[in-house]
Write a protein that binds this ligand. Structure first.
Ligand code: MN3
Length: 200
């Protein structure tokens, strides 16, 4: 059963007030994300992975260097599905409830979390991702290169930011730090992160 490109969980122009344009989504979702799905389907067709779930393919291919091409595409399909849900119109600001308490307990303060997240997202050299994850019961900020994903490392992702240049170039050009600050101020979907923590 071939994978299909998951639709965006909002209209393509829904985040324009948050400085992520419909033009960005027309490339990032409709071209980049779509290409990962197409490539993944080609690579797994007729193999034992064709009947597996996306999560199973990510984990299995991460452990086999001969399957690096499959991992790169499966990881990017999964990471982008997760990223769209990490965004929302009118997002950003501070979380509430159990997630807020856990961030304060594990980072010291929400401001400390923000500092760590900004540092991870800024210093990921080249393409990759910044994450808030649950790692053995503790919240941590991590960064991964290219298609790598916390799923492959036994961590539970709560929220992510794509820091590949294709994610921000149309709206922010080379200004990655502005794109990161804007995500935390205006787009981060704390409801999604809270739901992921509750389900963990
Ligand atoms: Mn991307």
């Amino acid at each position: 059963m071939a994978f299909e490109l998951a639709p965006l969980p909002f209209a393509a122009d829904a985040l324009e007030s948050g400085h992520m344009s419909a033009n960005t989504f027309s490339f990032h979702h409709d071209k980049h994300h779509a290409a990962y799905v197409t490539n993944l389907n080609k690579l797994i067709e007729g193999t034992e992975l064709a009947s597996k779930s996306l999560e199973e393919i990510v984990v299995a291919s991460s452990k086999d260097s001969a399957k690096a091409g499959i991992f790169n595409n499966a990881g990017q399909v999964w990471n982008h599905n997760f990223f769209w849900n990490s965004l929302k119109a009118g997002g950003g600001g501070t979380p509430t409830g159990a997630l807020a308490d856990k961030i304060t307990a594990d980072f010291g303060s929400f401001d400390k979390f923000k500092e760590e997240f900004k540092a991870a997202a800024t210093t990921q050299f080249g393409s990759g991702w910044a994450w808030l994850v649950l790692d053995n019961g503790t919240l941590k900020v991590t960064k991964t290169a290219n298609a790598d994903t916390p799923l492959a490392h036994g961590q539970i992702p709560l929220l992510t930011l794509d820091v590949w240049e294709h994610a921000y170039y149309l709206d922010f050009q080379n200004r990655r730090p502005d794109y990161i600050a804007n995500f935390l101020d205006s787009l981060a979907n704390w409801d999604f992160a809270a739901a992921n923590l509750a389900a963990a």
